[in-house]
Design a protein around this ligand. Structure first.
Ligand SMILES: [Zn+2]
Length: 494
């Protein structure tokens, strides 16, 4: 059976990872954890893109050899991912041996198909975006995407005939409504495809740090043609077993790179006779306190550092990023709103529910989950909510999935206030309430696990559960010894 395969883009190593980078990795981590929890075999791929002129330049600037520089930087990415509990299965680097091999094999296939030819490229080149622009496309003589200076380049280059696949790509997008998501991005691509496509220059002679073109080694393969293939390398292409993973279920990325993923990438795959991925999902951008995030403004947010500063677990950030804006839209990162959500939603609702439940069981049932009958109304509500939750998770609608879970959390808190278990005498009804609460926080623990894995594990520990999760409502058996533990979410004082 084919495994579930999710990818992030591979990241340029010319700077430190921040929320912009980690956001995609976290989104991939959430769906990977969700699928694993629900019994799927999952492969989650992320990594770093190291062959590039701007990487070579960044290395020069910091005064170390390019090879050493990319080692250092990719390590920093790994550490940043670890600090946020990103549970990737492979961290690929474009300098990995198997990747270089796969790229060469893939190049050969496309070349033999007659889709690569030699010519000259002349145009305005932006090093930062790795993109050539026509005179008309420039904005005030600068790169229209990043605003940096461009330089005039004329060089011998190999082209990939992506124009040949234009019609087929349009047809594929139209026939497969889930191919590009969200819909706005799909429309953007379709509208771009109304113009005739230019062929893509795929080699350079201006820098050395890249994969040499077979038979013409003064050329090295240019960024995109090399980088995109990483998704196939990790799947084991062209080995026979690559279809265990390929086609990818979700390829996640920021919206700035969808043209390459929705046009160039499919064209390359069509040329090589490889199936196209199921869904390319582009998310929006974060501003910080209403401003564009940039090094020069000094407002770049590093998630783990931010959590340390506020003395809260990293789960708070994992929660906030997907609760603050729908995955796919643009949003604003605001410290005040972060604090508000931590205090009002995580501490007051979720944290409070867990600690109240545990304290009640501790006090009124001798630290043991009593035998009881679960509340029917709440049980039915849960079943209904679970259905919505699964449908939302499978669409990567994290925003509404969290909404659904927190509505339930709110309901259970209300259930406690309504029942006032501290007023109930020993016996039947009291035991039913305590039993119900144990089931509810167990259920919540399972549902929040993809977003907040450490919190989920802490709830399980307090519930006296061993390793392994079960999302059934009546999973917690009677006589299980609960264990009072630490406060899940400390409040942040302003
Ligand atoms: Zn640019």
């Amino acid at each position: 059976m084919k495994n579930f395969y999710v990818t992030t883009p591979i990241y340029y190593v010319n700077g430190d990872p921040h929320i912009g980078t980690l956001y995609t990795a976290l989104a991939a981590d959430i769906i990977a954890r969700y699928k694993k929890l629900n019994g799927k075999k999952v492969f989650f791929l992320t990594g770093t893109d190291e062959h590039a002129e701007k990487v070579e330049e960044a290395a020069k600037k910091s005064g170390v050899k390019t090879e050493k520089y990319v080692d250092l930087m990719s390590k920093r990415f790994k550490e940043a991912f670890k600090s946020m509990n990103v549970s990737y299965d492979r961290f690929i680097r474009t300098t990995d041996n198997d990747h270089v091999k796969t790229v060469l094999e893939f190049y050969k296939k496309v070349y033999n198909k007659g889709d690569i030819y030699k010519g000259f490229y002349e145009g305005w080149y932006c090093v930062s975006c790795e993109t050539f622009w026509t005179e008309k496309e420039l904005k005030d003589c600068k790169c229209p995407d990043c605003g940096k200076s461009v330089k005039m380049l004329k060089e011998e280059t190999y082209f990939f005939k992506q124009s040949k696949y234009q019609k087929e790509i349009i047809k594929h997008i139209r026939d497969n409504p889930d191919f590009i998501k969200p819909k706005a991005r799909k429309n953007e691509i379709l509208s771009f495809l109304k113009q005739p496509l230019r062929d893509l220059s795929i080699t350079r002679t201006t820098f050395k740090f890249g994969i040499p073109v077979p038979g013409d080694e003064k050329h090295v393969l240019y960024v995109w043609f090399d980088a995109l293939i990483n998704y196939l390398t990790a799947a084991g292409y062209p080995g026979k077993k690559y279809t265990n993973l390929w086609p990818a279920n979700f390829q996640l990325m920021g919206k700035e790179i969808i043209r390459f993923h929705c046009i160039t990438w499919p064209a390359m795959l069509l040329s090589a006779g490889v199936e196209l991925p199921e869904t390319i999902f582009a998310h929006g951008w974060w501003t910080v306190e209403g401003k564009k995030m940039s090094k020069s403004v000094g407002n770049v947010v590093h998630p783990a550092e931010f959590c340390r500063k506020h003395k809260v677990p990293v789960d708070t950030m994992r929660y906030f990023l997907f609760r603050q804006m729908p995955f796919g839209s643009d949003g604003d990162f605001s410290e005040a709103q972060f604090i508000e959500r931590v205090n009002n939603e995580l501490a007051s609702e979720l944290g409070n529910l867990v600690s109240r439940s545990i304290v009640l069981i501790d006090k009124y049932s001798n630290s043991e989950v009593p035998a009881g009958i679960a509340d029917v109304k709440l049980k039915n509500k849960y079943a209904q909510m679970l259905k919505n939750y699964h449908s939302e998770m499978n669409k990567l609608d994290y925003y509404n999935a969290l909404n659904t879970v927190f509505k339930f959390v709110h309901l259970v808190n209300k259930y406690i206030s309504d029942k006032e278990p501290w007023k109930l005498s020993d016996g039947g009804e009291l035991h039913n309430v305590l039993f119900t609460l144990a089931q509810c926080i167990n259920a919540v623990s399972c549902l929040i696990y993809p977003f907040m894995p450490e919190t989920s594990e802490e709830i399980d520990t307090q519930l006296g559960k061993g390793k392994g999760y079960n999302k059934n409502f009546d999973n917690i058996k009677r006589n299980v010894k609960i264990k009072k533990g630490k406060i899940l979410f400390p409040r942040i004082s302003r």
